[in-house]
Design a protein around this ligand. Structure first.
Ligand code: SF4
Length: 293
């Protein structure tokens, strides 16, 4: 088997793992939510979510019927041998996983209304590449469900509103999402100079950081905790039945802004926050680095 085939096999395994087995940190956050919850209807939802996740892992079936839009985050060593082939191999891996996992075909041409049938298309899968020193490839696959993507919020606030704009953006987005985005949520927040930067940072914070991990900047970490408390005070609860746990966690990332702008992006994940990661070596060996139930 050639190196490219091995790489495709590695990416297919990441897709299979992410789709069928919830990350352990997400499962444990859901268990803690059940412990903290006292509304019987919300408790029933959380019990069903946990049972559903265990069954999916045991049977090797997708955690949710919406197997998401495909996202790869790749950290590519400057000596990695297949750099120029990464986009094509990622696309082939998505095609193969669509048949073998299987995945629901979710890629629709927005101008013609046609579903490609294999989860690939223009800019699909979405592949973000970061160049790093070394020879290996670190890969994360994180499919993004459509229901929790719909309420995404972008606020181009006035700079004089300052951090108040972040509170407003988060609370308005979560309150507007309501039950249709399958809470309890994980909330990703990005603050930056431009709208596209804010949303990109929000998505990275949402999908790449483990639940319970705080931002290394103490002020950002304190803001994360404050915002998480405020979101939970909204009382939406699991699947909108009311309760103490509306969000399992909230992650914020920021970049320096322009003096005239204050862009805040808010991206939500439903309870089914799915991701799998691993490392692929230039000799074709690989290992999974994420932990799953
Ligand atoms: S929002 Fe999440 S849990 Fe709800 S249907 Fe979509 S992927 Fe599934």
């Amino acid at each position: 088997m050639g190196l490219e085939d091995r790489l495709r096999g590695f990416l297919v395994e990441l897709i299979r793992l992410a789709t069928t087995r919830l990350p352990r940190d997400v499962y444990e956050a859901l268990e803690r939510a059940l412990e903290a919850e006292d509304n019987p209807l919300a408790r029933m939802q959380l019990e069903a979510i946990l049972e559903n996740s265990r069954l999916a892992a045991r049977l090797g079936r997708p955690i949710c019927q919406d197997t998401g839009a495909p996202f790869f985050y790749l950290r590519v060593g400057d000596g990695f041998p297949l750099r120029s082939r990464l986009y094509d191999v990622a696309r082939e891996a998505v095609r193969e996983a669509t048949r073998t996992v299987p995945l629901r075909p979710n890629a629709v041409d927005p101008l013609r209304g046609r579903n490609s049938g294999d989860n690939t298309g223009r800019y699909t899968p979405w592949v973000e590449v970061e160049l790093v020193p070394g020879e290996s490839l670190e890969a994360v696959y994180a499919p993004k469900g459509g229901g929790s993507e719909a309420p995404t919020g972008l606020y181009m606030a006035l700079p004089l509103e300052g951090v108040g704009a972040v509170h407003r953006a988060v609370l308005e987005t979560v309150a507007g999402a309501g039950p249709r985005a399958c809470p309890p949520f994980v909330v990703g927040v990005g603050v930056a100079a431009t709208g596209d930067q804010a949303l990109a940072l929000a998505k990275r914070a949402l999908l790449l950081r483990r639940l319970g991990e705080r931002h290394p900047d103490p002020e950002a970490a304190e803001l994360e905790e404050k915002l998480l408390r405020e979101v939970n005070e909204l009382g939406l609860g699991a699947h909108g039945f009311g309760g103490r746990v509306t969000a399992l966690d909230l992650h914020l990332e920021y970049g320096h802004r322009h003096p005239a702008t204050y862009a805040v992006g808010v991206v939500l994940s439903c309870w089914a926050l799915r991701r799998a990661s691993g490392v692929f070596m230039p000799d074709g060996s690989w290992r999974i680095t994420s932990s799953h139930i």
